[in-house]
Design a protein around this ligand. Structure first.
Ligand SMILES: [Fe+2]
Ligand SMILES: [Fe+2]
Length: 286
């Protein structure tokens, strides 16, 4: 046991996987985000990145588990792995159902990401791959914070699919510092993380847009000016998700940055209370 804590999560933070099941089949066949083809394809396009991406995150953190001595961080690593494994399974199911229902080519959609992950294993050290995970976790954490803080990003969406995204956002919030703390503990540098954020942001946006284009093309809406205009408005003006996460995104470049400098545990508490109070569409089989 080490005298120096390696976990820098707030005192009292505890988390683990929640077993959920979401009845999403019927809604996935439709433009479930308020009837908007663009918004639907934006979220569906992101979902396509999770099964492969989250496996990469799990493996990159697991690689260093033996180098960690702080029992609290070791516990958080286990919880992180368990949460991401559940996300993978839910999004794999989501993606398979979606592609089946709407005729999208899952293999083609995942190809670029699969090739890039192969590249990362060939060309990058384990510590660089972990830096990549800290960057991706920052992206998911700031997008989750935006989605959970303001109701507008999910306004008009099918309630069951929205509840899946909110549940994922809650768990991304809880484990947002795990990869970061491991990277710091094993000697990872600020420079490695900054570099990774630039690279990963570029590829995250590129892949999501590519997936979105493949889907809109299949739906016969790729050249609809109306869809693109409303999509641009959604991302950059109102609610302006990408515009609004820009400042939180930049904070990662600060020398003394840590994900829990923004303590948003109240979002988790509020969500838990809501789950307990309402007949949520998500069913707990725990
Ligand atoms: Fe996740
Ligand atoms: Fe995550």
């Amino acid at each position: 046991m080490t005298a120096i804590p390696q976990s820098h999560s707030p005192a009292g933070l505890e988390f683990g996987p929640r077993r959920k099941s979401f009845e999403i089949e019927a809604a996935l066949a439709t433009d479930w985000h308020g009837g908007s083809a663009f918004r639907t394809a934006w979220f569906n396009g992101m979902s396509m990145l999770f099964p492969l991406g989250e496996k990469f995150f799990i493996d990159s953190v697991r690689h260093f588990a033996d180098d960690i001595e702080d029992p609290r961080l070791l516990e958080e690593i286990s919880a992180f792995q368990a949460q991401e494994a559940t996300h993978r399974r839910q999004h794999q199911r989501y993606n398979e159902i979606l592609c089946e229902l709407r005729g999208y080519d899952l293999d083609r959609i995942e190809r670029n990401e699969r090739e890039r992950i192969d590249w990362a294993y060939r060309e990058l050290s384990a510590r660089r791959r972990l830096a990549g995970t800290t960057a991706s976790e920052h992206l998911t954490a700031i997008l989750a914070d935006e989605m959970l803080t303001r109701k507008t990003p999910m306004a008009g969406a099918d309630p069951t699919i929205a509840s899946l995204w909110l549940w994922h956002g809650i768990e991304e919030t809880e484990h947002k510092a795990v990869a970061f703390d491991v990277h710091v503990a094993v000697g990872g540098t600020v420079r490695e993380r900054r570099h990774a954020l630039i690279l990963n942001t570029f590829f995250f946006l590129k892949d999501t847009m590519r997936n979105l284009c493949i889907m809109l093309q299949k739906d016969g809406k790729l050249w609809s000016l109306r869809e693109w205009a409303s999509g641009f408005k959604y991302l950059f003006i109102k609610p302006g998700i990408l515009r609004r996460v820009f400042i939180p995104w930049l904070r990662f470049f600060r020398k003394d940055f840590h994900p829990w400098q923004h303590d948003n545990r109240y979002l988790v508490d509020a969500w838990e209370q809501q789950q307990a109070a309402s007949d949520a569409p998500a069913t707990d089989h725990g």
